[in-house]
Ligand binder design. Structure first.
Ligand SMILES: N[C@@H](CCC(=O)N[C@@H](CS)C(=O)NCC(=O)O)C(=O)O
Length: 214
C-alpha cells in the first residue's frame, strides 16, 4: 500500500519526510493539510492526529505523527535495503545514539530558536513576534549554528557525523533556514557553508531542503 503523507510541502517537519522518501526511493501520495490548506483542526484530521499538527504519515494501518519518529521508522523499514542502513541509521547502539542526539537537539533547542528568529522575526507571526522573543531566538539560533560550526571544524565533516546519516535531515533543514533567514546580522560560518554545499549535492535536498524556501 502506498505511503500517505498529510501536510503542506513547505512545512519544515513535512520536508524531513519528503527528503527521506527521496533519499530512499519510497513512493508516496501527499495531501495538502496545514496553514493555507485544510486546517489541522478539521475533525477528520484531528481523528488522525489529536495534536493537530503536520505531518501525519499513514503506512497501512499505522497512523504516525512526530516527524523525527516518522523518519526513524521509515529509515528502519527501508534504509538498510536501499541505502546501506548502517550509515543512515546505525543499529549499533552507540552510533545510533550519536544520530539521535543531534536529532533531539534540533527538536528541543533549535525549534525554539527558529520560532523567534524566523516565525517571529521574519514572518511576523503572532505570538512569536514579541520583540523579546525574536531577539532571544536570534541569539539562540546564532549560538546553535556556532556549535554546529565548531563540530564541523573539529571533525572535518563533511556531514555532521562524517558520513551522511539521518541526523543530517533535520539539521540540513535548519542550515537551509539559517542561510535563508533575514533581519539580523549573521556571522560567517565557513564550515557550515561547506556543509550546506555538500548537502546540496543530494537531489532530495535540492527538492525539499534547499529549494528556495526558508
Ligand atoms: N513535533 C512535531 C511538530 C510539528 C509541527 O510543528 N508542524 C507544524 C508545521 S512545521 C504545523 O503543524 N503547523 C500548523 C499548520 O501548518 O497548520 C513534529 O516534529 O512533527
Amino acid at each position: 500500500m502506498t505511503l500517505r503523507i498529510l501536510g503542506r510541502p513547505n512545512s519544515f517537519n513535512v520536508r524531513k519526510v519528503l527528503w527521506l522518501c527521496a533519499e530512499l526511493g519510497i513512493p508516496y501520495e501527499r495531501e495538502d493539510y496545514g496553514r493555507g490548506f485544510t486546517p489541522c483542526t478539521e475533525p477528520g484530521f484531528l481523528a488522525l492526529n489529536p495534536v493537530a499538527q503536520i505531518p501525519v504519515v499513514i503506512d497501512g494501518d499505522l497512523v504516525m505523527r512526530e516527524s523525527n519518529a516518522i523518519i526513524r521508522y521509515l529509515a528502519s523499514k527501508h534504509g538498510a535495503a536501499k541505502h546501506g542502513g548502517e550509515a543512515l541509521y546505525p543499529s549499533d547502539l552507540a552510533a545510533r545514539f550519536r544520530v539521535e542526539q543531534w536529532m533531539d537537539w534540533v527538536a528541543y533547542d533549535l525549534t525554539h530558536a527558529m520560532r523567534g528568529a524566523f516565525l517571529g522575526g521574519q514572518l511576523q507571526e503572532a505570538p512569536w513576534n514579541n520583540a523579546w522573543f525574536v531577539e532571544q531566538g536570534r541569539q539562540d539560533f546564532t549560538h546553535c549554528i556556532g556549535l554546529v560550526e565548531a563540530e564541523l571544524v573539529k571533525t572535518g565533516g563533511p556531514h555532521i557525523l562524517g558520513d551522511f546519516t539521518l541526523a543530517d535531515i533535520p539539521l540540513g533543514l535548519v542550515v537551509n533556514r539559517w542561510f535563508s533567514v533575514r533581519g539580523f546580522d549573521k556571522p560567517a560560518f565557513p564550515a557550515t557553508a561547506a556543509y550546506y554545499e555538500k548537502l546540496s549535492e543530494r537531489p532530495g535536498y535540492r527538492a525539499h531542503g534547499r529549494n528556495g524556501m526558508p
